[in-house]
Ligand binder design. Structure first.
Ligand SMILES: Nc1ncnc2c1ncn2[C@@H]1O[C@H](COP(=O)(O)OP(=O)(O)OP(=O)(O)O)[C@@H](O)[C@H]1O
Ligand SMILES: [Mg+2]
Length: 247
């Protein structure tokens, strides 16, 4: 089975809540170093998919391998190897920027010296050094989001899950954020990201469009635009929404 080579591989991954199927037999593959976007309207099943892949939610059916770990049978083993910035990410408001990084480093059991080095590196990378001693509750939205990303990266994960990471931040901060994501991918980190901003979808190497718990289209932005004879991903998205999707 070629699953070791993929960053993520799922086979008919499914999650039901009572009689309702939130994720319906989804199969896809994400290569290492790819920035893979998950698009879909509210309730399409994006967060539920990510929660299964991060080992937080047990699948009702199917299988998923994340960085080689079978999360359907060993959900705990994946956690040290991935970073997760959740849709409603939580930072500790009454801690400073540096203290938040220290806290998350502790969660992953980083030795003190390694943690100090990594913290300084991330503060520098995310342009937060000057704010290191600022209380998190006093940060602007763009800075909070950068701190949340830095916290998710403290243990150098191979794979990063970002669930609507740019909600509520200004266009300049969004662009800076995406430049950072591109930099991470160039260094070999795989990124799976959800967004409602169609311009951001263009930054992804490949996209999957979800609707009612199913993946209805997958491909590079260029391939999808061509397939749907559309000028933008927004047009692709609207075409899928109005026609009921692809195959
Ligand atoms: N714990 C739960 N119990 C019952 N239903 C749930 C639960 N979690 C999610 N759902 C339902 O599953 C569906 C998919 O939800 P999910 O959060 O995955 O969507 P989403 O694509 O992330 O949407 P959004 O863009 O709004 O974040 C929704 O109809 C939601 O109400
Ligand atoms: Mg969601």
């Amino acid at each position: 089975m070629p699953v070791e080579e993929a960053a993520i591989q799922t086979r008919t991954l499914t999650r039901t809540f009572g009689r309702f199927t939130a994720v319906d037999a989804v199969s896809f593959r994400v290569e290492r170093g790819e920035v893979f976007g998950l698009l879909g309207a509210n309730g399409a099943g994006k967060t539920t998919t990510i929660r299964m892949l991060t080992g937080l939610l047990r699948p009702s059916g199917g299988e998923a391998w994340v960085v080689g770990v079978p999360v359907h049978s060993a959900p705990e083993s994946v956690k040290p190897r991935i970073g997760y910035m959740s849709q409603k990410f939580s930072l500790y408001e009454d801690l400073t920027v540096a203290e938040n990084l220290t806290f998350f480093g502790g969660v992953y059991g980083l030795p003190r010296r390694v943690l100090a080095h990594r913290r300084a590196e991330l503060l520098d990378l995310f342009d937060l050094t000057e704010l290191a001693n600022r209380l998190t509750s006093q940060l602007a939205a763009g800075h909070r989001q950068r701190l949340a990303l830095a916290s998710a990266l403290i243990h150098r994960p191979q794979l990063l899950f970002l669930d609507e990471p740019t909600g509520g931040i200004d266009p300049i901060s969004r662009r800076t954020f995406w430049r950072m994501i591109a930099g991470l991918a160039e260094e070999g980190t795989t990124v799976m990201v959800t967004t409602h901003y169609m311009d951001e979808a263009e930054y992804c190497h490949r996209l999957a469009v979800m609707r009612d718990g199913r993946i209805v289209a997958v491909g590079s932005p260029r391939d999808l635009r061509r397939e749907y004879n559309a000028a933008t991903i927004e047009e692709v998205f609207l075409a899928i929404a109005s026609t009921g999707g692809g195959s």
